[in-house]
Ligand binder design. Structure first.
Ligand code: PAF
Length: 286
């Protein structure tokens, strides 16, 4: 397994693979890898096969964090990430520094961003106004550096996957986006690097996100219901957890991401809940 730290070296390698006809699967991450990430790696490997190359990027991208968010305390453990990647058969870790991705050389300081203007507005985009601009910018840059044939994203970040898919379509990136299922802890909590922040009580209560999704699925199974009524019912479930503070809970069309008034089978539900300073998200098709 190779560790590549510069854009120039990664692009050289990627171009060589291209001329050799080697298939490249890519899993972009913020690091602090868990079993959910490794399932994305396994998916990339299945797609490109044993002769292909799987690249994982590990980069805590500052432009997708708001000024009062957890950039400086975001968990990092490169030694552990390396071990996990090696064990999973990753070929290359691309781990650039900020100077590589956002050069700040006086007059030549970094000044170009990619913005998706529709799907990124609600939910995460409303709660974290500069978040998706940072995500689309770094993902576009990583695609231009790694030159993958396929990139695998997790379904836990449903809106992110939709925004990236739209960007790929609109800007004609020559690659395919795969969205792989959310990996869950045995009690149903979606795996996330941010779960590490939770106190034991918060960790216990955090299962309420997946419980809310399950309850909603159960309620709409036999007949559609009003979004407002269902939302109130789920708000009560979440409010019963002393440490939980709901950020948003939305029912929407999975294609357009537009909110719906009536919730039935096939409606997408997403929610974000704070536990102290830690903000967790989850979603599912009902
Ligand atoms: O989902 C993530 O881990 C990040 O948003 C991504 C896609 C790696 C971009 O920094």
């Amino acid at each position: 397994m190779r560790i590549v730290k510069t854009v120039a070296a990664m692009q050289r390698l990627a171009r060589r693979w291209q001329t050799q006809g080697v298939r490249v699967g890519f899993v972009p991450t913020l690091g602090y890898l868990h079993a959910g990430h490794m399932s994305l790696v396994a998916r990339a490997r299945r797609i490109v096969g044993p002769r292909g190359r799987v690249v994982v990027s590990i980069y805590v991208n500052p432009t997708q964090f708001g000024p009062h968010e957890d950039l400086s305390r975001y968990p990092r453990d490169f030694a552990r990430d390396k071990k996990s990647c090696r064990a999973a058969g990753v070929d290359v870790i691309f781990a650039p520094g900020d100077g590589e991705m956002y050069p700040q050389n006086g007059d030549g300081a970094y000044s170009t961003y990619v913005v998706e203007e529709t799907l990124s507005r609600g939910m995460e985009g409303a709660s974290r106004p500069t978040h998706f601009r940072g995500v689309t910018t770094i993902v576009a840059k990583l695609f231009n550096v790694v030159l993958p044939e396929v990139a695998v994203f997790g379904a836990k970040d449903f809106q992110q996957a939709a925004v990236v898919q739209r960007m790929v379509r609109d800007l004609n990136f020559p690659l395919k986006i795969i969205v792989a299922p959310t990996h869950r802890e045995p009690d149903g909590l979606a795996m996330s690097s941010r779960n590490k922040y939770l106190s034991p009580v918060q960790r216990e209560q955090a299962v309420v996100l997946s419980q809310a999704l399950q309850l909603a699925s159960k309620i709409v199974k036999h007949k559609p219901v009003s979004a407002a009524t269902l939302k109130k019912q789920l708000e009560r479930l979440i409010a019963a957890q002393s440490e939980a503070r709901l950020d948003y809970l939305e029912f929407f069309d999975p294609q357009t991401l537009q909110p719906v008034k009536t919730v039935g089978q096939g409606t997408q539900m997403a929610l974000a809940v704070f536990f102290g300073k830690t903000r967790l998200i989850d979603n599912n098709k009902l």
